[in-house]
Ligand binder design. Sequence first.
Ligand SMILES: C[S@@+](CC[C@H](N)C(=O)[O-])C[C@H]1O[C@@H](n2cnc3c(N)ncnc32)[C@H](O)[C@@H]1O
Length: 277
Amino acid sequence: MTQLKEYVKNEKEVKIVSKVRADYVKKYANFLIESGNIIDGAIVVDVPCGTGDMAKAISEKIAVDKFALIDLNKNMIDSAKKKIKNNATFIVGDAGDIGTLIDFRADTIICLNGFHQYISRQHGFLDGCGKHLKRKGRLIFDVSTRGLHDEYTKNLFHNWQWNVIALSKEYGIKAQLPVWPDKDILEKYRNMLSNNGLRVIAEKEFISYKTTVEVLSDAIIIPGRSRPWIPGLGYGKRKEILEKSMENSIEKLGKHKIEHNRIFFIAERIPDMYKTS
Ligand SMILES: C[S@@+](CC[C@H](N)C(=O)[O-])C[C@H]1O[C@@H](n2cnc3c(N)ncnc32)[C@H](O)[C@@H]1O
């Protein structure tokens, strides 16, 4: 948990994240507005809000009545406060506690790049969302993964993980790269939604292809991203291990395009689950 709180440590790191996330915000803001049914006067929760850039982009397009921004990391909340000045509430808190962190009903809850990797109490989160959504309110979360349909990508990440573990061992460190969701994990999420008072009304997958250089840069550019993967080593050493291990994997498996999948789950509250308006 401490490591997650340290995803960014200071304003300089917040700025790096903001820059890295710019393309994502540009690419998906309209999609979220449309599929989240975000219209003028809406009450919207963004958790984890990160730097606040997506909420800012949405507020610039739609006259949202109220935005609640929640994140575990105070640096992120401080950043979000600078970006959204009106009609917003800012909460430093764990997404798993959403049931008690807010005391109003929302039209839309967005959970971007957080659900799979960052929220450990997923049931608590989904249950809280179900309770706080208005009737016909929507929860949207995305899951980012690699190689859902491509064997080379799957093998490369498997081999990379193995190499990172081996190289980290030389420093006496137990490394662990993220588990990228496969079809079974995605199915588990569908079931979790329905077990927590929500039903999936749509899913949308976006597929893109990256080079190994881009994949490495994604892993390295935000220092806080790799901090929990190779705990106990400084940024420079972690970077070295990530690069060297990727080199080894390419040597073994060749260098091809990497498939990147992003799946958005769009869910509504099951009407009779909670006796509210
Ligand atoms: C990859 S960022 C995603 C942020 C933002 N939604 C975006 O798309 O840029 C992950 C964020 O989750 C926050 N976080 C991690 N665990 C959390 C938790 N349990 N509850 C709330 N926020 C959490 C981190 O502080 C970080 O800001």
